[in-house]
Design a protein around this ligand. Structure first.
Ligand code: GDP
Length: 309
């Protein structure tokens, strides 16, 4: 199956959770009666309390013949390096901006990071149902923001959708949809976001998100850069300086399927997967075939951050 890896970025409350919920429902990835609520994209308090990095969650939907992995990014400036690492894992972003509020501080922060890692955002002017919506002005403000953040010409030439995540539609037409639904958003993602670049060589993945699970232990999520891996396969964990931290076996490989994370029998290049079974290895470490001795280049790790209230 073809793949696209994207992140949805937005200032808090501009409608990320609501939009992802609608994407899951309209792509048939969750049953009508299944509760989506905060579980989809919000990180849990328990993990936060335990001081484990779980600042991002992922989900996926299938549209036509393509699986779209959708990764959440923290909008908060305390997580600068984290945001950059996550954005390095995707090939495109959908920037949601409230049609009345316009760009806000977290919009600026995440857009700056997205532009810096070379992504070409799709801009979605959201909550167009608001009586105080001012879509045209907000588009201009977004353009000015991109320009102020040194966007390239390609990045400035962003496609724009207008819509209401709450009402479940996005359209190229600011005056409203010809047809209700999110098809224009899904189609634009397939068209505008490049396929994941796959490198030659044996299995290599860089750890991007670390979490702990009661049953599976340590789980590391990342994007597979090259090769493939299966459960029970032996892999090596390299730190950024090339030290071998561990050689061990993968117990399970999980992928994001709608709301659930399901075991899969192979991690393939280009996909974003979670690997369990290793006791060391963390964010920014490389998870590689034992024949590989060179670590992958990672974003530097931030100093520990204070727990958000
Ligand atoms: P997040 O913080 O970006 O994940 O935002 P949420 O999806 O939680 O939405 C924040 C608030 O905006 C909630 O009260 C939503 O009901 C509301 N909201 C989300 N999408 C829309 C929309 O399209 N139109 C309007 N009017 N409100 C929306």
């Amino acid at each position: 199956m073809k793949l696209r890896n994207i992140a949805i970025i937005a200032h808090v409350d501009h409608g990320k959770t609501t939009l992802v919920d609608a994407m899951l429902r309209q792509s048939g990835s969750v049953r009508e009666n299944q509760r989506v609520d905060e579980r989809v994209m919000d990180s849990g308090d328990i993990e936060r309390e335990r001081g484990i990095t779980i600042l991002a969650k992922a989900t996926s939907v299938v549209w036509k013949d393509t699986r779209i992995n959708i990764v959440d990014t923290p909008g908060h400036a305390d997580f600068g390096g984290e945001v950059e690492r996550i954005l390095n894992m995707v090939d495109g972003v959908v920037l949601l901006v409230d049609s009345a509020e316009g760009p806000m501080p977290q919009t600026k922060f995440v857009v700056g990071k997205a532009l810096k890692v070379g992504l070409r955002p799709i801009v979605a002017i959201n909550k167009i149902d608001r009586p105080d919506a001012r879509a045209d002005e907000v588009v201009n403000e977004v353009f000015d923001l991109f320009a102020a953040l040194d966007a390239t010409d390609e990045q400035l030439d962003f496609p724009i959708l207008y819509g209401s995540g709450r009402d479940g539609w996005m359209s190229h037409d600011p005056s409203g949809p010809k047809e209700l639904g999110l098809a224009p958003l899904f189609d634009l993602i397939l068209e505008h976001v490049p396929e994941p670049k796959i490198e030659e060589g044996p299995f290599r993945m860089i750890g991007t998100i670390l979490e702990a699970n009661n049953f599976l232990g340590r789980i590391v999520t990342g994007r597979v850069l090259s090769g493939s891996a299966k459960p029970n396969q032996t892999i090596k964990v390299l730190s950024q300086d090339g030290t071998v931290l561990e050689t061990g076996r993968i117990s399970k490989i999980l992928a994001f399927r709608g709301l659930e994370r399901q075991p899969i029998d192979e991690a393939v290049a280009g996909d974003i997967v979670a690997i369990a079974g290793l006791s060391k290895g963390s964010v920014a470490d490389s998870f590689v075939d034992p024949s590989v001795n060179t670590p992958l280049k990672a974003q530097p790790i931030d100093p520990p951050t204070v727990t958000m209230s």
